[in-house]
Write a new protein. Structure first.
Length: 430
């Protein structure tokens, strides 16, 4: 068949259209900012929980917390609600990180009574359980029906607005009060429920609630927040001014305050700044699909499989994933180094990027986070199968083939996992 000149013009115009380049050209993409509707941030702000519940039209509240916090905070929450004319009941059957089974139990509880508002006060597991209670009170079926799968990782299964939801974090890590995601352990690995209707209606962020957080949990939650920020900043395919500004500010705040919060837990200024950092980190994590980097992909596989606390495993993965991505994003890592207080003036791009990896390792060492997996004794013999599973299966849930700065192969991931097991960081470990 003979092509006409006009046909060639049509093909050229189609090729040069913005639609064709949308995946590679940021200005051709439409960005949408999803966030919690209202945030109440400040010392003592937890006292406003009753007022906020009343404004949402609440009359009967379900208070979701854990057994330890029930002894410390539940009476204060119940009293605040009572002053505003609300009755309440407390659900505290949260043994650890949320599994399909524990979330089913919470869903059954909320469905048995006619609550009209949910209040979640606690760490990430508590807030995720509170989100599930709010959603499952109005949506039909089983919790499992809403969980992401490899085949449809970001399909929004939540179609009906849940009960009005107020959450208040007692850690400075997950930033779950500012996300539309719910983490769920299904078998050996973590997955999630996600969508715009999973965002809370109100987040009450009271840094004073983190003052009693033990040092080990302070360090782990801080590294979780740092992982959110740095991983989000590494995803060049989704970069925009919101993400870049929030990620760099969260990184700066964590670098300047985590050591103090860890070694002097009563330092209110450090706790205040860490609460802000975690809040910003939670938002950029959700804004970048999870975040969609190898760090959380591995952390959410390794943590639940080998019983490693989430924040700790995020910290262990972070510098190794930064070094893995270094050839593809030297400039971005140099910016991270600057945000962490490193002077990169006059350095070669590679050396400036390595400064960021070293800064993360130094922060981990100063807060007693191990750099290697072997501290938790997972079998090194599992590495080949794990690498194959991530490359051929799990990475699809995180859209890594599309979004990750450096493409994964079984070979390069195996090497990274071996380095991670040993705590070996090549050039950056010095």
């Amino acid at each position: 068949m003979k092509l006409k000149i006009s046909d060639l013009h049509v093909q050229r115009d189609e090729i040069m259209s913005l639609t064709t380049f949308e995946e590679n050209l940021g200005i051709a993409r439409t960005d949408i900012l999803y966030t919690t509707k209202q945030v109440v941030f400040g010392l003592g702000s937890i006292s406003k929980v009753g007022e906020q519940a009343k404004q949402l039209g609440g009359k009967k509240a379900l208070v979701v917390t854990d057994k330890i916090l029930r002894k410390i905070l539940a009476d204060q929450i119940v009293e605040s609600l009572k002053k505003q004319g609300l009755t309440s009941a407390v659900f505290d059957d949260i043994p650890g990180e949320p599994t399909v089974e524990t979330l089913r139990s919470a869903a059954s509880y909320v469905r048995e009574s006619k609550f009209d508002v949910v209040v979640g006060v606690g760490g990430g597991a508590v807030i995720d359980t509170a989100k599930t209670c709010a959603i499952m009170a109005t949506n039909p079926g089983d919790v499992k029906d809403y969980v992401a799968t490899v085949e449809a990782p970001f399909e929004d299964h939540v179609k009906i607005k849940g009960l009005p939801l107020i959450v208040s974090p007692t850690t400075a890590g997950t930033g779950s009060e500012n996300t539309g995601g719910i983490m769920v352990i299904d078998g050996d690995y973590k997955t999630w429920i996600a969508g715009p209707l999973c965002f809370p209606d109100v987040a009450i962020v009271d840094p004073a609630l983190t003052l009693t957080l033990p040092p080990k949990m302070t360090a782990g939650s801080g590294m979780d927040a740092l992982s959110h920020a740095i991983e989000a900043y590494m995803i060049t395919a989704l970069a925009n001014p919101w993400i870049d500004a929030f990620a760099l500010e969260a990184t700066r705040l964590i670098t300047q305050n985590l050591r103090t919060a860890y070694h002097d837990g009563k330092n209110l200024q450090a706790r205040y700044n860490m609460s802000w950092a975690a809040h910003l980190g939670g938002w950029v994590a959700m804004a970048t699909s999870g975040p969609a980097t190898l760090g959380h992909c591995l952390a959410e596989a390794l943590g639940s499989k080998y019983s490693i606390p989430h924040g700790t495993i995020c910290g262990i993965c972070l510098p190794h994933v930064m070094e893995f991505n270094l050839p593809a994003i030297m400039g971005r890592l140099a910016s991270i180094a600057s945000a962490m207080g490193e002077d990169v003036t006059g350095l070669r791009p590679r050396d400036a990027a390595l400064a960021a990896v070293r800064a993360v390792v130094e922060l981990m060492k100063d807060t007693d986070i191990p750099v290697g997996l072997k501290a938790f004794r997972p079998p090194m013999g599992d590495i080949p199968k794990l690498a194959e599973y991530v490359v051929k299966d799990r990475q699809r849930m995180y859209l890594l083939a599309k979004l990750h700065p450096r493409k994964l192969t079984v070979e390069n991931l195996t090497q990274t996992l071996e380095n991670m097991w040993e705590g070996k960081l090549g050039e950056s470990s010095g």
